[in-house]
Ligand binder design. Structure first.
Ligand code: ATP
Ligand code: MG
Length: 328
C-alpha cells in the first residue's frame, strides 16, 4: 500500500455570488442561491515512500485545496485519503506528527522572535525531548546554513533566509512527509538554489517523501522525478518527468551558427523555430530524425562555426499540457 493514497477525492466550495450593491448583498444573505465550485473534482493517486512529486497546475487548479486536504486542514466533500494509515482530517493530531508543511505565503514562526526560540517552542508543542530537538536544530542549522541569522528576529530576515528557517521549523520533528506549497515564490536565483540543494539532499539521504506545488519550472526540472498535473480540479497528467518530456514526441532543439547561410531544404519533421542573423534554431523530433543525421544534412549545404543541442524546455511542455487538457 502506498504511503499516500487518494481515491475519488472531491472538494466543493459553495460560493455566494451577488451582483454588487448594498441591496443585493442583503438579498444575498437571505436568498443566495450559491454556486458550487468543484475545486478538487474526483482525483485519485498513490505516492510511495521516498518519492519527490511535483504537483502542478495553473492558477485555481486545485493544488492548494488538495494539499490542505492531505494535511488535514480541510475536510473533503467525498472520497478517501489515507496517509501512513491515517485519515488526515479525522486524526489531525496524529497525522501532524508524520508530516511537515510549508506554505510559501504563510509563516509558522513567531514574527518577533528569533527562529531559535520558535524552534524550542515548536519542540515543546511536538512534545519532543529538548535534547532531541537541540540536536535536530544543530543538524538543520548546519544543512540550511542558518548560523548567521538564527538569533535575529524573523521580521528582520530576508525572504530567502525566512524560507530556510521555515523549512527547518517544518522538519524539527523529522516527519516522513513534507508538503511544500510554493516554497520558492519570490526568491532570487541564489536562494532558490540553496533551497533546492537542501531538498534534494533531504529526499536522497533521509528518504523524506516530498510533495511540491510550484509555478517555477526550474524547481520541477531540478527536483521532481514524477509530475502530477491538475487542471480545473482534475488530474490531466501523472507520470515521470521523462515521460512528460516524451509526451509530445521527443522534441529537441538544435542551435546552429552558420559562417554564411545559404538557403537549403530542411529534412521532414524539422522546423525553424527562429533565427537571429546567422544563428538558427531548429526543432526536431528525435524519434523521427536523429541529431547526427540532421547535422550531416546541414553540413552538406553550409559551413558552420558553432552548434549546440538543447532538450525542449519543460515549461513549454507544461504549457502545452495546460492548453490541451488531455488525459494520459
Ligand atoms: N475557501 C474557499 N472558498 C471558496 N472557494 C475556494 C476556497 N478555496 C479555494 N477556492 C476555489 O477553489 C479553486 C481552487 O483553488 P486552489 O487554491 O486550490 O488553487 P491553486 O491550484 O492552489 O491555485 P494557485 O496556483 O493560484 O495557488 C479556485 O477556483 C478557488 O477560487
Ligand atoms: Mg495555491
Amino acid at each position: 500500500m502506498p504511503l499516500i493514497r487518494v481515491e475519488n477525492l472531491k472538494k466543493e466550495f459553495r460560493v455566494h455570488k451577488t451582483s454588487g450593491g448594498m441591496m443585493n448583498s442583503v438579498k444575498g444573505l437571505f436568498f443566495s442561491r450559491g454556486e458550487v465550485v468543484n475545486a478538487v473534482d474526483d482525483i485519485s493517486f498513490g505516492i510511495e515512500k521516498g518519492e519527490f512529486v511535483g504537483y502542478l497546475g495553473p492558477n485555481g487548479a486545485g493544488k492548494s485545496t488538495s494539499i490542505k486536504m492531505l494535511t488535514g486542514i480541510l475536510v473533503p466533500t467525498s472520497g478517501d485519503i489515507v496517509v501512513g494509515g491515517i485519515t488526515p482530517y479525522r486524526d489531525r493530531k496524529l497525522n501532524s506528527k508524520n508530516i511537515g508543511v510549508v506554505f510559501g505565503q504563510r509563516t509558522q514562526l513567531w514574527w518577533d522572535l528569533p527562529p531559535i526560540d520558535s524552534y524550542k517552542l515548536l519542540g515543546k508543542i511536538y512534545r519532543r525531548p529538548s535534547k532531541e530537538i537541540q540536536l535536530k536544530i544543530e543538524f538543520l542549522t548546519e544543512l540550511l546554513e542558518l548560523q548567521e541569522f538564527i538569533k535575529s528576529p524573523v521580521r528582520k530576515l530576508s525572504l530567502g533566509q525566512k524560507m530556510r528557517c521555515e523549512l527547518a521549523a517544518a522538519l524539527l520533528h523529522s516527519p516522513e512527509i513534507l508538503y511544500l506549497d510554493e516554497p520558492t515564490i519570490g526568491l532570487d536565483v541564489v536562494a532558490k538554489d540553496s533551497i533546492r540543494a537542501f531538498l534534494t539532499r533531504l529526499n536522497e539521504t533521509e528518504k523524506t517523501t516530498i510533495i511540491l506545488t510550484t509555478h517555477d519550472m526550474g524547481d520541477v526540472e531540478k527536483l521532481c522525478k514524477r509530475v502530477i498535473v491538475i487542471d480545473s480540479g482534475k488530474i490531466i497528467h501523472d507520470s515521470s518527468i521523462e515521460r512528460l518530456r516524451n509526451r509530445f514526441g521527443n522534441h529537441r532543439v538544435l542551435e546552429v551558427e552558420y559562417d554564411e547561410f545559404s538557403e537549403f531544404s530542411l529534412p521532414e519533421n524539422v522546423t525553424t523555430v527562429k533565427n537571429i542573423g546567422n544563428r538558427f534554431f531548429y526543432q526536431f523530433d528525435s524519434d523521427k530524425i536523429k541529431a547526427p543525421e540532421l547535422i550531416k544534412r546541414i553540413l552538406e549545404h553550409n559551413s558552420i562555426s558553432d552548434l549546440s543541442l538543447v532538450d525542449v524546455d519543460i515549461e513549454e511542455v507544461i504549457r502545452k499540457i495546460y492548453h490541451e487538457k488531455r488525459t494520459v
